[in-house]
Design a protein around this ligand. Structure first.
Ligand code: WT7
Length: 631
């Protein structure tokens, strides 16, 4: 009998929230809020959207022609008008929008008024470079306030941003620039990491070699002496900003106009450009930051995600700004100059809502309680987690050592494609370590078998979402088939999350991991196919397969199995060369921690590598059904 037939029944711990949590509970009770949504889904979303400012009201809340949805039909808006002017009007003109803390201790503060001015002026600077509504701008920058300004300036003028994580290498950057047809690239001379400055501009130069769409590069220059710029092609961030007009009215965007493209790893090698639109995304980001993360007017809120990922888009920038909250942001890594730095920052800035990832928590656990105990963490009110399953040990540590057993901890499940939170335990509801929770009001989800039928309690199945929601991706850039593949199969009609899950008797969902070929390393999504094709592009490699191997800290590490080209000598330097090659092509996050040389790889008769066979062998477990394995 397999686990799924028997039903894994993990040991369940339930934390019943103390009465004071109810004070901040967003809904009076989950069940009635959920039933209200089910009774009138359009009314539910209409009420939430009505908190925000629209230049023109929608004619209809949604149009749903499976699998294509449109939200807030014919409504006109600008997300930056809601992130900025809405608060200037509401007496928050001099409120801090952003506290930024540099790795070397530099501090920068932007009030809502400052941010508004910077966004307008940089928006005009982009216009002066010829960027208009619908043009794509690629942002490849470190986590500095100018990155926020650049993103919002794009949204201000109706340009579509595509942010690329600054840890990616030249070829990954090139793919994203070419794929999105970017007209302008905004970068910085260097980023700071663990006391060293890491040059970014040379990577951009290399990425631009075959990128004909790019007309200009904007460089934020912080280094001394300043990096040289190539006449007419490269321009200085602040020079073009200061030369621009100050007032920049918000571009009127249709609800269904593109707001951004964000690339996520695909299973077939090429990354997928997930497209989000203005109206629905704004409503999803606003709703969940308010109701799930519970950020309040007086809070200082810190989401540790890099703006290069969807969490950084929705919960480090757009969501909190839509609420008029005070954001804390830093370029600090969690272990530099020591592993107390994050707790020190929480004390120093009086952080109230803290949103981070299981991989960070597990790293801190390894260094023990002494580090956080050196600092006063009593400002913390709410803790939240995202990116991969928050295993019960990590939950307990986060809840007790950091939250002192006084802060609700919400484990939020969602994806780049969903745009905003989908499944979690709302503040005030009983918390079950290991379980993300239930679908939030506004989301209909279930655990189903391959035919789409719900499975019983504790049976492993696929996590599926059956109704459209406002912040869902609208399409995959240039690839309708890929978009359809999320929704359609011969067997079912629902949105496939590609995650495996179980549900308990109370409807709480535990996410077990990916069912497709993605490896999540420290919360970063890496396609097996990306690593494989990077390896195979090395002259010594004939074939390669990559798997995620469970790791106590990172969640997974990348392990690669490599078939070498005949006659290649296996020197220790070769392994180093292969890793270096992956680093150059994909960036440091994708480098295999382990490389094993093999003579053949397990494949199906149709020639597909059976990674799960490799993985089962690696973990010493039964590989399951291997009838398709080619002997
Ligand atoms: C995949 C999406 C959504 C922001 C960060 C990652 C995994 C995400 C959880 C969670 C268990 C989680 C899933 C999902 N994941 N949050 N709370 N519990 N797994 O976004 O890069 O698009 O990855 O991350 O496997 O499908 P992403």
């Amino acid at each position: 009998m397999t686990n799924s037939e028997a039903g894994i029944r993990p040991e369940q711990v339930v934390y019943c929230p103390p009465a004071e949590y109810r004070e901040y509970a967003p809904f009076r009770d989950y069940e009635s809020a959920y039933q209200n949504y089910l009774k009138d889904p359009d009314g539910f979303w209409r009420d939430i959207a009505s908190d925000l400012l629209w230049f023109r009201q929608w004619d209809k809340v949604r149009e749903w022609e499976y699998p294509f949805a449109k939200w807030f039909i014919n409504a006109k808006l600008n997300i930056t008008y809601n992130c900025l002017e809405r608060h200037l009007k509401n007496n928050r003109r001099n409120k801090v929008a952003l506290f930024w803390h540099g790795e070397n201790g530099t501090k920068k503060i932007y009030t809502y008024d400052h941010l508004h001015r910077a966004v307008m002026q940089f928006g005009n600077a982009l216009k002066n470079l010829g960027v208009g509504k619908g043009d794509v701008v690629c942002i490849y920058m470190p986590t500095v306030p100018e990155q926020v300004v650049a993103m919002l300036a794009c949204a201000r003028i109706g340009a579509v941003h595509t942010v690329v994580f600054a840890g990616y290498g030249a070829s990954a950057l090139n793919q994203r620039i070419v794929g999105s047809n970017a007209k302008v690239v905004i970068t910085a001379d260097a980023s700071m990491r663990r006391g060293k400055s890491i040059p970014l501009k040379p990577i951009v130069e290399e990425a631009l070699i075959h990128a004909p769409s790019v007309e200009r590069v904007v460089v934020l220059r912080n280094q001394d002496p300043p990096t040289c710029l190539l006449d007419d092609f490269e321009v200085d961030f602040y020079e073009i900003m200061q030369a621009a007009e100050k007032k920049c009215p918000p571009e009127e965007m249709d609800s269904e106009d593109r707001l951004f493209i964000l690339y996520t790893s695909g299973t077939t090698g090429a990354p997928k450009g997930i497209v989000h639109t203005c109206g629905g995304y704004m409503v999803g980001a606003y709703y969940t930051t308010k109701y799930v993360l519970n950020v309040k007017d007086n809070d200082v809120y810190w989401c540790t995600a890099d703006p290069g990922w969807i969490t950084g888009h929705t919960y480090a920038i757009y969501g909190p700004l839509l609420l008029g909250a005070t954001i804390f942001m830093t370029e600090s890594t969690p272990d530099y100059p020591d592993v107390g730095i994050w707790w020190k920052l929480i004390e120093e800035y009086g952080i109230n809502v803290f949103y981070t990832a299981p991989t960070a928590i597990r790293m801190f656990m390894r260094y023990g309680e002494d580090w956080p105990n050196k600092y006063d963490l009593s400002s913390l009110r709410i803790l939240a987690s995202v990116g991969e399953p928050l295993n019960p040990e990590a939950f307990e540590w986060f809840y007790h050592v950091i939250g002192k057993g006084k802060c609700p901890l919400t484990d939020t499940w969602w994806q780049t494609e969903t745009g905003s939170h989908m499944i979690t335990t709302l503040v005030g509801e009983p918390m079950k370590p290991g379980f993300a929770g239930k679908p939030i009001p506004g989301v209909v989800a279930d655990v189903v078998d391959s035919k789409g039928n719900p499975v019983g309690p504790f049976q492993t199945g696929y996590l599926a979402i059956t109704e459209p929601w406002p912040s869902m991706m609208r399409y995959v850039n240039d690839d309708e088939e890929k978009y359809r593949s999320y929704w359609e199969s011969p067997n079912h009609r629902y949105y496939s999350t590609n995650d495996l899950a179980i549900k308990d008797d109370d409807g709480y969902i535990m996410i077990l991991g990916r069912s497709d070929d993605l490896i999540i390393v420290s919360g970063h999504n890496i396609g097996t196919a990306e690593v494989e094709s990077a390896l195979v592009s090395h002259q010594a490699v004939a074939e390669a397969a990559a798997i995620g191997k469970p790791d106590a800290v990172k969640g997974n590490i990348v392990k690669a199995f490599v078939i070498l080209v005949e006659g290649t000598v296996r020197t220790p330097k070769l392994e180093h060369d292969l890793k270096y090659h992956v680093r150059q092509t994909l960036g440091p996050i994708a480098v295999p921690s382990e490389i094993e040389y093999v003579d053949n790889l397990p494949k199906t008769r149709s020639g597909k590598i059976m990674r799960r066979v490799l993985k089962a062998k690696e973990m010493g477990v039964d590989p399951g059904d291997i009838t398709t394995l080619d002997e």
